[in-house]
Design a protein around this ligand. Structure first.
Ligand code: UT7
Length: 351
């Protein structure tokens, strides 16, 4: 599905196309760092294997007793600070690790941020969740349902990984990033869109937590395989699909925006694996140095990876106002999602 401010019938602002515009960006990482060497002390793995297969050197992990909402509140607070206002009329949290299966995490986050009785809900699209949430929030704004939306990507995969699974333990880390979107016009710096979103449910089993939902319940007294409570990933097949879908989705959204890949200043792709980032750059024929990468320091943080990378790149001066940026994500579902923007003049607030 391709849609965007140009194709949406929604409200008009000052006679021009109404669009969601990035007004602030923030991120937060828990203080505790787990290095590859730490992992190799407890699992049959090595710094050399993890670095060469993924580009990851360390990941941040929450302390016992913390949950995804704690990450989301910290990142949301920083995005609001970056935007210079706590005035928002909706909150969307993208996550695969909600504090609990029910209710959603977003209302709690909105309450703890003191945002009042605003609509608040979660979006479940695994590692594509943040870009899906941008699209949802853009739709709210285009339709006039909201003027300002806080969109947070927050995940605490350390809470769902099998402690004995060296592959997923090597890849995933915890963190959160967020943006504030405001109503504006499609021709402004910071305006998001068009979007390309898609899914392939026939490959749902490639990334899954089999138990705990309505198909395989985990009520007291029911026997469930221990591994079925943990996150499971068929890495090789996920890898191939990640490269293919992010590249194809990116090409579609660029075509729809009327941008050629060689005019991109930066590609901010889901930070799944450095080799995946390199392969997407090669597929798009974009020089590797234009692909933002934070993966060495934070690993794969799922729904948090794109806003964390945006906040980090903005804070370091890599992203500069007016530059053309492509966002592309891929994750369980399978799902994928891409959009573009010209980077706005915002000051990122990071931890
Ligand atoms: O965020 C959502 C999207 N997620 C992704 O995009 C992740 C995509 N997948 C990947 O990034 C890669 O597939 C992984 C990093 C997960 C795995 O890398 P790989 O190069 O595909 O390795 P593999 O799974 O094919 O495993 C190769 C070997 C196996 O040993 P054998 O069977 O060849 O003897 C694994 O058991 O490497 C072994 N292995 C490890 N060895 C040391 C797997 N994990 C580890 C490890 N340390 N941590």
């Amino acid at each position: 599905m391709v849609s965007g401010p140009e194709s949406q019938p929604g409200n008009q602002l000052q006679g021009r196309h109404r669009a969601a515009v990035v007004a602030g960006v923030g991120s937060w990482l828990p203080a505790r760092v787990v290095t590859n060497h730490d992992l190799s002390a407890e699992l049959d793995t090595s710094d050399e294997w993890i670095r060469s297969r993924t580009g990851i050197a360390q990941r941040h992990v929450i302390d016992e007793g913390m949950a995804t909402s704690d990450l989301a509140v910290e990142a949301g607070f920083r995005a609001l600070k970056s935007a210079g206002s706590s005035d928002v009329d909706a909150v969307v949290v993208a996550t695969t690790t909600p504090d609990r299966p029910c209710p959603a995490t977003a209302p709690d986050v909105a309450g703890r941020l003191g945002l009042g009785p605003v609509p608040a809900f979660d979006v479940a699209a695994v590692c594509s969740g943040f870009v899906y949430s941008l699209a949802v929030a853009s739709g709210f704004i285009a339709a006039g349902i909201a003027e300002r939306v806080l969109v947070i990507g927050a995940d605490a995969y350390s809470t769902i990984l099998d402690p004995q699974d060296r592959t997923t333990r090597a890849v995933f880390g915890d963190g959160a990033g967020a943006v504030v979107l405001r109503a504006g016009t499609a021709d402004e710096e910071g305006a998001l869109g068009p979007y390309d979103l898609g899914s392939d449910g026939s490959l749902a089993d490639l990334i899954t937590i089999p138990a705990g939902g309505s198909r395989q319940r985990s009520a007291p007294g029911q026997s469930v395989e221990r591994a079925d409570h943990y996150f499971q990933m068929q890495g090789k097949r996920v890898y191939r699909n990640a490269v293919a879908h992010m590249s194809q989705s990116a090409r579609r959204v660029l075509a729809s925006a009327g941008w050629s890949a060689d005019t991109l200043d930066h590609v901010v792709a889901h930070q799944a694996n450095q080799r995946i980032l390199d392969a997407v750059a090669a597929e798009l024929d974009v020089p590797g140095e234009r692909v933002v990468s934070q993966i060495e320091r934070v690993g794969n943080t799922s729904a948090a990876s794109i806003p964390l990378a945006l906040a980090d790149a903005a804070a370091s001066g890599t992203l500069r106002p007016g530059q053309r940026v492509l966002l592309t994500a891929f994750g369980g579902g399978l799902t994928w999602a891409s959009t573009v923007l010209r980077w706005p003049d915002v000051t990122a607030v990071t931890s």
